[in-house]
Ligand binder design. Structure first.
Ligand code: KG4
Ligand code: ZN
Length: 337
């Protein structure tokens, strides 16, 4: 059977990324131009700067990916691009680049959902076994997603306020750590002990939703109160306490959902999946449930990349979900639609 070669484009936030994937599982090129250095001094992503960088990098990153794969556009079966959610100005650059290439070279165009991409990063590591559950934790999203088959997504629960990564970044800022703060808190947490009592938002009985803004405020208040009283708080202990609260809620809800829905596999996805404490706790919990296969992708596939977009794009293309030239950036795109 002929191979399916999909080129993926991702520009939803602060990475300009292009990748080429064979048969939905094998990466043959993966280029990511990160803008973190440009946003660092502002303590977060500045949308206008992100769009400008995407414009500047797009053609270079496209050419580099084709070169890495030693292919030309004639070899590409479809162009997959992140349609949403994300920053509208940033998404538009990727969508327009994808449309231009698709039109110029007469290649089918496939718009895909960014979170579906994060989930499909796992297919580049291991074949998916249905039904499955994915715990998606990133800078913009915290969701438990149930999948009965390829291309079908049911959101069991999501954050009602801050995403887990967002809470990490805000707590890091309070502790004067650089952006993005997740990796710094993670490192610090391993040097301290969870001795400070912080809340865990379980929400109402049976809910798979999350809430991290109360926890974030509790950390900020703890720091401010200590400052006012002239007391010293050990930042490592605060980081460890915060991290333990986040992990406790994420892992408890994921395990409960996995058991209740009798899934065969649990997939971790999103930038916060790089968290060492989260990875270790999930591994321990699921080791006690041998009937459920836990998949944790390598760090390079957890943060934003285009290989995951090409991977989910392959399934969409095979299912005939091809887009027209009227494809537009959709910052509020629905995963279940
Ligand atoms: O998925 P991602 O690259 O971008 C979005 O789609 O949002 O996730 C970025 C988020 C940031 O909030 C960053 O602080 C967090 O992932 N992150 C971490 C770690 N590494 C990255 N959070 C906790 N621990 C980490 N080791
Ligand atoms: Zn992402």
């Amino acid at each position: 059977m002929k191979d399916t070669i999909i080129l993926g484009i991702e520009t939803s936030c602060d990475e300009t990324a292009v990748a080429i994937v064979k048969n939905g599982t094998e990466i043959i090129a993966n280029v990511v131009a990160s803008q973190i250095e440009s946003h660092k001094r502002f303590g977060g992503v500045v949308p206008e700067i992100a769009s400008r960088h995407h414009v500047e990098s797009m053609t270079i990153v496209l050419e580099e990916a084709l070169q890495q794969a030693n292919l030309s556009y004639e070899d590409i079966d479809a162009i997959a691009v992140t349609e949403g959610p994300g920053l509208v100005g940033a998404l538009l650059i990727g969508v327009n680049a994808a449309k231009a290439v698709a039109f110029a070279h007469n290649i089918p165009l496939v718009g895909v959902h960014h979170i579906a991409g994060h989930i499909y990063a796992n297919r580049l590591v291991e074949e998916m076994k249905f039904p499955l559950l994915s715990l998606v934790v990133s800078g913009g999203h915290t969701e438990l997603v149930y999948m009965e088959e390829h291309g079908s997504f049911k959101v069991l629960g999501e954050t009602r306020d801050d995403a887990a990564g967002e809470a990490y970044d805000k707590v890091a800022r309070t502790l004067n750590l650089p952006y993005p703060g997740g990796p710094h808190i993670d490192r610090l947490a391993h040097e301290g002990n969870p001795t400070i009592k912080l809340p865990r938002a379980w929400l109402e009985e049976g809910s798979y939703d999350f809430s991290f803004s109360g926890l974030k405020s509790a950390v900020i208040n703890t720091v401010h109160n200590a400052e006012q009283r002239g007391e010293h708080i050990e930042p490592a202990d605060l980081a460890a306490s915060f991290q333990s609260s986040v992990i406790d809620v994420l892992v408890t809800k994921a395990v409960k959902a996995a058991k209740e829905l009798q899934v065969k596999q649990v997939l971790l996805a999103g930038g916060v999946a790089a968290n060492k404490g989260l990875r270790a706790t999930l591994q321990t919990e699921f080791a006690a449930l041998p009937e459920i296969d836990l998949v944790i992708p390598p760090l390079s596939l957890c943060t934003d990349n285009a290989a995951m977009i090409a991977a989910v794009g392959t399934i969409a293309f095979e299912q005939g979900k091809v887009s027209g030239y009227d494809l537009n950036a959709n910052p509020g795109l629905d995963l279940e639609a």
